[in-house]
Write a new protein. Sequence first.
Length: 280
Amino acid sequence: MSVNSEWSTVNGNEAFFLTIHHSPFTIHTPDTGLGQDAISPGDRHARHCQTLARRIFEGSNPTAPTHLGTRYDLSGNFLPEPGNTVVCHLIEGSPSQAAIVEVRERMLAMPDADRLAFTPISSLHMTLFQGIIEYRRRLPYWPADVLLDTGIDAMTRLYLDRLQGFEGYGPFKVRIVEVVPTGLTVVGATAEDGRILKAWRDALSVPFGYRHPDHDAYVFHITFAYQIRRLADERAAAWQDLFDKSLSFLEREAPVVEFRPPAFCSFKDMKHFEELLVLG
């Protein structure tokens, strides 16, 4: 196997993309939004090879994970990192929640799952729009009309006031298109759902007072865990097998993910997101 590499940016973070040559086939995995467009079953292997291309294995990325030491520690304990956000929680007891939790359990059963810090099941959600957070006090991740040293609680009160009377763009459906060590990538179930998601994000950018650099290319996801240590290269095939089987399972058991309506939430760490105002 031979590999060519290039760097790109996904959701504001550096990502590592590969062209993988492996007899008897060659796969190129360019930055296509990580599954934001519809992907045919025949392209599934190419899509999942993107997981190898992300910075999750020791060989391609020996550096420490971005949030290690600020969001969580080496023991997998989550650290104080207050902020606010707009998320959609999974519906408790729904078939799609059960399927997603099953995949999370499969990951936990991997012998090297101790390299991941898993969030609680109760915290599982899809972020619709990123609010402010303690360790990102800079433009354009903070409203330009508010001082950068404003307290997090004061910012949450400010946004609660600004969001009074906010009118969203109605319900939407999403489907899972990718399984990775840190969770699931999701997209609008249809083109119309994708347009509704975009309309929500565009509308929310007004009361929040900013657009992140990846505003239009944001990759929707459901986080399971954060990397404590990169996965060993020799474990790539085992993890890829898990991803492939898990995606097939989810496509069968959870063709559409069932969410509660979008809600403005506050959080102290990544373990719990307290709903303060339902926006849907």
